[in-house]
Design a protein around this ligand. Sequence first.
Ligand SMILES: [Zn+2]
Length: 312
Amino acid sequence: MIMQKTIAGEVSIKGKGIHTGYETTLCFKPAKQNTGYVFVRSDLPGKPQIPALADYVFDTSRGSSLKKGDAVVRTIEHVLAAVVGCDIDNIIIELDHEETPIIDGSSKYFTEALQKIGVVEQEVERKIYEIKQRCYLKDEEKDVEMYLIPDNEYRITTMVDYNSSVLGTQNAKLKNVSEFNKDFSAARTFVFLSEVQALLKHNLIQGGDIKNAIVFVDKILSQEELDHLATVFNQPRVSVLEEGILNNVKLNYPNEPARHKTLDVLGDLALVGLRFTGHVMANKPGHKTNVEFAKLIRKQIEQSYGNTSVPH
Ligand SMILES: [Zn+2]
């Protein structure tokens, strides 16, 4: 018998949102049994709550964002991945602005904060739903395929293929969620240099905001461009490393992009709102399809176990 878990006390993390640039404090707080994962906007009147459920997703363009009433929380996936990775069932995630801090683009700082404060057992048993039938989702336009097949554990296998000389095919396997903290939580988000340059040109990002991101160099750079990037990144010199990335960071794992995509799948599928067992196989996953798949899994659990099994 496995009992539900929450955290032993409160712990805060401060940082800027990657898309909005707002400085935000995120505070993890313990929650009663059967609460699930709930976001709170402490800066808004009445401190509205937004349950972390797929039904509340309203935007998946650059991250997964939730909305209930007028309250919005943005870019929630890295935080939720850390919560799942730390084996937590019930938690309040309070924000004093709309977007979670990006920190280094991974889940590591959230994971460390949760581990530091400690995870404790509660008095009610954890319910785990066994997936009995396959789920399948295909997005022709985005060339994404998602499978969920019955398994005695919750596992995720991810395949990415960017069809680029610097980032081709990569796989990552999370064989058990207990591997997450050590082997996946430090996998950072990544971008292609051509995207960064387009954003810089239109003043949509500040160099400081991407100082921790992995930048894959998908074009040949002139010295002038390298010098400009050095100024933007606030570094004495910018060069391209052997792996085809800019020298602002070193890779934490050789297949860091595939691991980060696995982290995103884990975080987005937390929006199912229930524990389940099954093997997720994600081919070129993205937030839009991850969220659609979370809804599909909810529907399948509802069909197998009855209406009242799924929280709303
Ligand atoms: Zn991500």
